[in-house]
Design a protein around this ligand. Structure first.
Ligand code: NAP
Length: 254
């Protein structure tokens, strides 16, 4: 049996939409106090109302916003027990068309934003006595590649480089830090890529279906439990087996 997370305070960056909203919903239903963070106020307030969560408007790429997001969470709920550093962007660009600004923008949210969010929450996470950080990385970058996403893949791999040293530093503070690596997850963003993309994606996954935002939420929930307290610096791939086939023939032979 897992110790209930009732009354724990969970801050979810990018919790106003997509995977982050799914993570926030899983924690809210587990009885946690949930704070969702995003830049778009209208979307943030609507998501918070739907989830029974609180909303803080912040851009994780800015240190002062991250400090404020941590401070407002502490002010409202008395602390931070869990940080899900999930906010991320995935614009596509082929390398030959990619500008310096494109590279800076994606690193600002996905890498700098992850690091600043963790740094801002450290004092509160340490005070909790059982601090938990769960990053949302991806299979894209650390395990796989996809044309148009070389900069995105670089940011998702960079998160894992950060994770491994942060885990050693945070161990002394009683904080664990781990990452979930989603495959293709059913979100509004994925819908925009069209039905043909979806059909082909489903056929390349051994389970023949996309993941749900709750699939990622439950992995994050596990990593946030007291019982997962001896796991740190690790990753969990949640992808329906997507990274396993060594060729299309492996799927055809299924
Ligand atoms: P999404 O639906 O586009 O949602 C992104 C969320 O992040 C929104 O709440 C957005 O709100 C917020 N956000 C973006 N930039 C931000 C910033 N600078 N500061 C604060 N909030 C920011 O994306 P998603 O598909 O759920 O992806 C979430 C995470 O999962 C990302 O880290 C992504 O790399 C990862 N992932 C997704 C998939 C997938 O299949 N969808 C697969 C692997 C990994 P605002 O725009 O209002 O700020």
């Amino acid at each position: 049996m897992f110790t209930p997370l009732t009354g724990r305070t969970v801050l979810v960056t990018g919790g106003t939409k997509g995977i982050g909203k799914g993570i926030a919903g899983v924690f809210a239903r587990a009885g946690a106090n949930v704070v969702v963070v995003g830049r778009d106020r209208e979307r943030g307030e609507a998501a918070a109302a739907e989830l029974g969560a609180a909303y803080v408007a912040a851009d994780v790429g800015r240190a002062e916003d991250c400090e404020r997001m941590a401070a407002e969470t502490v002010e409202r709920f008395g602390g931070v027990d869990v940080l899900c550093a999930n906010a991320g962007v995935f614009p596509d660009a082929r390398l030959e068309d990619m500008s310096e600004a494109d590279i800076d923008a994606i690193f600002a949210t996905n890498v700098k934003g992850t690091m600043l969010s963790v740094k801002a929450c450290l004092p509160a996470l340490e005070r909790s006595g059982h601090g938990r950080v769960v990053l949302t990385s991806s299979i894209t970058g650390p395990v796989t590649g996809y044309p148009g996403w070389s900069h995105y893949g670089a940011t998702k791999a960079a998160q894992l480089g950060f994770l491994r040293t942060a885990a050693i530093e945070l161990a002394a503070k009683g904080i664990t830090i781990n990452a979930v690596m989603p495959g293709n997850i059913e979100t509004e963003g994925l819908d925009e890529l069209g039905p043909e993309y979806r059909r082909k994606m489903e056929s390349s996954i051994p389970q023949r279906k996309l993941g749900t935002v709750e699939d990622i939420g439950y992995a994050a929930l596990f990593l946030a439990t007291d019982e997962a307290g001896y796991i740190t610096g690790q990753t969990i791939v949640v992808d329906g087996g997507q990274v396993l086939p060594e060729s299309m023939m492996a799927l055809e032979a299924q």
